[in-house]
Design a protein around this ligand. Structure first.
Ligand SMILES: NC(=O)c1ccc[n+]([C@@H]2O[C@H](COP(=O)([O-])OP(=O)(O)OC[C@H]3O[C@@H](n4cnc5c(N)ncnc54)[C@H](O)[C@@H]3O)[C@@H](O)[C@H]2O)c1
Ligand SMILES: [Zn+2]
Ligand SMILES: [Zn+2]
Length: 369
């Protein structure tokens, strides 16, 4: 079938909107009509060549849609199901999966990095018959996608699909980083650097876990409104004042847990200095692969610091994503407020540019027809 998609042909060049050929789903695969895909900063990392993308590839990994057709052998998903695509598919058999760390699965590493489905091939071809890769399995900036059944997560139908797409990345990453990585306790003080899609979910999870105070830091002062709506007790515009002494003043020494949700080496240094004694620096932000920074290490033993990273919030995809959807429908995760704009596929290069210029409040979501 013909689909319309945003293709990354060359890093640092605009995406091309192309008509592509999508093959039908094979064994244990499903065809999904995508409805909404959020624009995550990890997509921008790919566009800018900061993570070493395999091209040509259809980008986008935060998608929700409706199952149109299932391939042979599919047992857990049926036509009409509302689903979320996940960019990490645990193989269930590698050493990480067996240790309960499916978010770090190595079994399908080559497929993931190569933009291929689980059998090591692609279902997408361009008009010249050449292979196009499935970015992060999901390849969500497209009208349709073929996904492995194991990477397709059914989601409750009463959840608006424009919010369900967030279940693919920023919600589990934000929530999982707070609960599984930081293991945040009620009453702990928190500072969050970077109030974008991931940072806002970190912030909301921290508020609902009764952290206090919850200090939001962003280099764009216009993030204050949304940070406060999500429950921040304080906001620091780091373009106007040094956040480190301000956080030390608010908390009295430094915060218990400081999150870096940007992927910026300079902000990581600021976040490091914002931790208090026995504090945790928690880093979901992804820096370019060749970025480095230097930190004075004496603080790690003498101040008993922990530096923790987190991939996909250390979630268990099939268990946690539906649970987070339930949470979103029963608690106030403010996902309606996370969407500040819906855009069309044709405008995707303007959205990438807006993210580079830090003009995006919350998440901008592509509406696919
Ligand atoms: N670890 C994971 O599994 C995982 C999953 C998803 C995203 N990520 C990463 O998380 C990071 C954040 O993603 P996002 O989609 O929320 O990005 P985003 O662009 O929506 O938000 C980033 C925010 O950081 C702010 N910012 C930029 N530079 C800053 C600085 N120097 N100081 C303070 N604030 C600054 C921006 O104004 C923006 O509000 C990215 O690196 C992304 O790749 C990681
Ligand atoms: Zn595995
Ligand atoms: Zn993402």
């Amino acid at each position: 079938m013909k689909i319309k998609a945003a293709v990354l042909r060359e890093c640092k060049k605009p995406l091309t909107i192309e008509e592509l050929e999508l093959e039908p789903p094979k064994e244990k695969e499903v065809l999904v009509k995508y409805r909404y895909t959020g624009f995550c900063r990890s997509d921008l990392h790919h566009l800018l060549g900061e993570l070493g993308a395999s091209v040509p590839m259809v980008v986008g990994h935060e998608s929700a849609g409706v199952v149109e057709e299932v391939g042979p052998g599919v047992t857990k998903i049926k036509k009409g199901d509302h689903v979320v695509g996940t960019w990490m598919i645990p193989c269930g058999e590698c050493s990480e999966c067996r240790r309960g760390r499916g978010n770090l699965c190595r079994g399908y590493h080559d497929q993931f990095l190569g933009g291929l489905l689980l059998d090591g091939t692609s279902r997408i071809k361009d008009k010249d018959g050449k292979m196009v890769r499935h970015g992060s399995y999901v390849a969500g900036f497209a009208s349709y996608g073929v996904l492995p059944e194991a990477g397709t997560i059914p989601i409750r139908k009463d959840m608006p699909l424009e919010q369900a797409c967030f279940m693919g990345c920023c919600v589990p990453t934000g929530w999982g980083t707070v609960t599984n990585i930081a293991k945040l306790q009620p009453g702990e003080s928190v500072a969050i650097y970077g109030i974008g899609g991931v940072g806002l979910n970190v912030l909301r999870a921290a508020v609902l876990r009764q952290a206090n105070p919850v200090i939001a830091v962003d280099i764009e002062g216009m993030r204050e409104k949304i940070a406060r709506e999500f429950g921040a007790t304080h906001f620091i515009d780091s373009s106007k004042e040094d956040p480190v002494p301000k956080i030390q003043e608010i908390v009295g020494g430094g915060a218990d847990v400081v999150f870096e949700a940007i992927g910026d080496p300079g902000a990581t240094v600021q976040a490091y200095w914002s931790t208090g004694l026995a504090g945790k620096l928690v880093i979901p932000g992804v820096t370019p692969v060749d970025a480095a920074t230097s930190l004075p290490l004496f603080r790690v033993p003498l101040h008993q610091l922990s530096i923790l990273g987190g991939l996909y919030g250390a979630i268990s995809t099939h268990l946690d994503i539906p649970k987070l959807a339930d949470l979103a429908m029963t608690q106030d995760l403010k996902l309606d407020k996370l969407i500040s704009k819906k855009f069309k596929l044709e405008d995707i290069n303007d959205v990438a540019e807006a993210m580079i210029k830090r003009q995006i409040n919350g998440r901008w979501v592509c509406e696919l027809d």
